[in-house]
Design a protein around this ligand. Sequence first.
Ligand SMILES: [Zn+2]
Length: 197
Amino acid sequence: MSVPMEHFSLGEWSDYVRGLHSQIDFEIMRKHLTTGCERCNGERSRMEQVLTFARREIELEVPEAEVNRIKQLAIFQCPEGVFAGARRICDLMFDSFREPFALGVRNASHSARQTLYSGSGYSVDVQQNAVSGGHAVRLIGQVTWKSGVGEQSAGTTVTLKAGAEVLARAVTNQFGEFQMEYVPGRRFRIVVGVGGQ
Ligand SMILES: [Zn+2]
């Protein structure tokens, strides 16, 4: 048994999936994957997803690893929370980017980001996907009331706000579902229009 091997960085996995063999020790990395290292296998498949995503943007060259990483994080930002007015009403319970290999979500795609927020009264499930071309994000969500007051779920206004600015706004259907698109790049929060806001 040899000494335990070190993990490799996301940047090295980016070089690996792009076949930039001169930048990395390809064989050592390949062998490291065969040890079953979950972290590195995860990062390799994550970089493959990013590469696939980047190649879809035919007008752009495949960017460098760091650009990819930042871009990916920027495009699927984790909403700061769910608010009613200025009051935070739901906390983050799940983020597919933070727990990509949690039980049962092994197939979670890195071309989408799923987050779940929950508070005492209800929960909000949010999925973000890149709109073709990568210049906008489609956000699909569902507000679920916990106390069986389903009639409140239709016609509730849901707003994405960055500071005071409204990025997007939608109204829920009878299932509490809503859908909107926004231009990524800024931190934002989800504001649910409880009480006629
Ligand atoms: Zn490793």
